[in-house]
Design a binder for this molecule. Structure first.
Ligand code: MN
Length: 246
């Protein structure tokens, strides 16, 4: 299979469009199609903080419906899903931009987006295992021993990363460096933690290059093993990026 996996979009629809064009996709009837039949993959976090969350959802949900996209949810997607179900979620950490977009719509339009998103979310796996197990797409990554498992512990890891319950001084959870210990054969493509440049380590690649924080939006091309990025149009916010010791 030939696939281009795209990092955390967070409502950066223009960057998403620019990236697909750079990857050779042609937009027809509002959807990106590749002349060679390549597919798009998504590590999740389609919405929140960026300017065009709903447009992003609508394009990816439509592609997914036509079996032209491999989407897997991120923590922001999980929260939006719980919001749409009517659960009591806090409108924080970027969700406020997505709910503001929804508030500007009519009841009928809101219902359309709600249905699209719920359908996308409920018909997507926690993580994708593709190409006979050689390629995995998981929002915050996955440990080798978790591959093929779908229990609560695995779900927490895939959505939130390698967290221990410890907190940093700024109140954010401590995220451990699972990629450094990874010794598996499959490629693991993930996002979740913004980095200035894609981070490739032991057949894992973090492609969240912080589009919504003024970095770039990145795609991982498989089986070519190439990284393609486009710059963000948004203001750069350095403190949002994480650096890793080599
Ligand atoms: Mn994210």
């Amino acid at each position: 299979m030939k696939i281009d996996v795209i990092g955390d979009i967070h409502g950066c629809f223009d960057e998403f469009r620019n990236l697909t064009i750079k990857l050779g996709y042609k937009w027809r009837s509002g959807l990106p199609r590749h002349p060679d039949g390549r597919k798009l993959g998504f590590v999740g976090d389609l919405t929140d903080r960026g300017p065009l969350s709903l447009k992003t959802v609508s394009v990816i949900a439509s592609l997914h419906k036509e079996k032209d996209a491999y989407y897997t949810p991120g923590n922001h997607c999980n929260k939006l899903y719980r919001y749409f179900l009517g659960n009591n979620v806090k409108i924080l950490h970027g969700l406020e931009t997505t709910t503001a977009e929804l508030s500007a719509l009519t009841e009928k339009e809101r219902h359309v987006y709600k249905t699209l998103f719920i359908d996308l979310y409920e018909n997507s796996p926690l993580y994708h295992v593709l190409d006979d197990g050689n390629l995995i797409i998981a929002h915050a990554g996955i440990k080798e021993e978790f591959i093929g498992k779908y229990n609560k512990r695995v779900k927490t890891f895939v959505l939130y990363g390698d967290i221990t319950g410890e907190m940093n001084e700024d109140g954010t959870p401590v995220r451990k460096d699972w990629a450094k210990e990874y010794k598996g054969k499959p490629w693991i493509i993930y996002g979740h933690t913004p980095v200035m440049k894609p981070r490739m380590m032991n057949k894992t690649v973090n492609i969240d290059t912080g589009a919504v924080f003024g970095g770039s939006l990145t795609a991982f091309r498989y089986p070519e093993i190439e990284l393609i990025s486009v710059p963000s149009t948004l203001a750069f916010s350095e403190e949002q990026f994480r650096t890793f010791p080599q």
